[in-house]
Design a protein around this ligand. Structure first.
Ligand SMILES: C[S@@+](CC[C@H](N)C(=O)[O-])C[C@H]1O[C@@H](n2cnc3c(N)ncnc32)[C@H](O)[C@@H]1O
Length: 283
């Protein structure tokens, strides 16, 4: 390959073709994002560097990344980080990669916290800490409890609290749902619990099998964790406290039925028009 063939423009072209030939759907985007990870630059700066060349070590690392990508490993795991709510989160195979649609629940939480001067926050099933850390970052005067059954996930969540400068505002508790959350009451409980039905899980794309099974699977009907939240959350909420849940859109009405004892229940749709968030208020 002569030098012009090794410039960034040609590298990206080859990488895109390589990923496409291995059935990676967002081949060009992934080729660019992975190269930016190697070069430690923002994607917006890539265009200006198209005629530049990269070092042999950088090229080796890039080829390693591309070879991982064709196995189906998600880009965020390959790079070890993920963007959520404008913040950077460390991720690895022990935590779910935070999804853009989950930003909606944080936006709703921020609105309730500011309008009602809420202080005590619980993020149940925190995973990477995406929700807890973002809420702590965007609200000055809050005290957040972040819990998860996975000790390995909590280690990542704690690191994310430190790198985003909110560790003083978050207490981490290893807990099977509410079991170790003792003598505490909250103004707002937020949760993106596992919510995938057994049938849905069996049909997931191969990439999703890189993520922890227990972040997805919620029994035969997808309701296992929603039922626990429905049975317990009122006892953990202050008067007029609010519960925000991310929904499995396919079973949203069944989920809403579980919360009929609450003062009111409202469903909010995401930008694709799918039922995405349940809001319930305690009496
Ligand atoms: C869908 S992920 C949500 C992660 C993160 N909150 C987010 O939105 O990106 C669900 C999380 O629930 C945790 N989990 C699974 N079973 C649990 C249980 N019985 N008690 C507490 N957490 C559990 C998993 O470890 C995983 O981190």
């Amino acid at each position: 390959m002569d030098q012009s063939e090794k410039n960034i423009f040609n590298l990206l072209k080859q990488a895109t073709e390589f990923l496409t030939s291995h059935n990676i759907t967002e081949a060009q985007l992934d080729a660019e994002v992975l190269l930016c990870g190697v070069l430690k630059i923002k994607r917006s700066n890539l265009a200006a560097l198209r005629q530049e060349t990269i070092t042999q070590e950088q090229n080796q690392q890039y080829q390693d990344y591309l070879n991982k990508r064709i196995t189906g490993e998600p880009v965020d795991y390959i790079l070890g980080n993920s963007e959520f709510m404008g913040l950077t989160f460390k991720v690895n195979k022990n935590v779910l990669i935070p999804r853009p649609e989950t930003e909606l629940i944080v936006e709703q939480a921020n609105k309730f916290i500011k309008e009602n001067n809420f202080k005590q926050v619980l993020d149940l099933c925190t995973g990477s800490g995406a929700i807890a850390v973002s809420v702590a970052h965007y609200n000055d005067d809050v005290s957040v409890v972040a819990s998860d059954i996975s000790q390995k996930a909590l280690e990542i969540a704690k690191e994310n609290a430190v790198t985003n400068n909110v560790s003083k505002k978050i207490e981490f508790i290893e807990s099977n749902m509410f079991s170790n959350i003792i003598n505490k009451k909250f103004d707002i409980i937020i949760s993106n619990p596992p919510y995938v039905t057994k049938k849905e899980y069996e049909g997931l794309e191969r990439e999703l099998f890189f993520e922890p099974k227990n972040a997805f699977l919620a029994g035969e009907d997808g309701l296992e964790f929603y039922k626990i939240i429905a049975d317990n959350s009122a006892g953990y909420l202050n008067h007029k406290g609010v519960l925000l849940l991310e929904l499995n859109a396919n079973i949203s009405l069944q989920i809403a039925d579980l919360f009929s004892d609450f003062l009111f229940v409202k469903i909010i749709k995401d930008y694709s028009g799918l039922d995405r968030i349940l809001i319930a208020q305690n009496g």
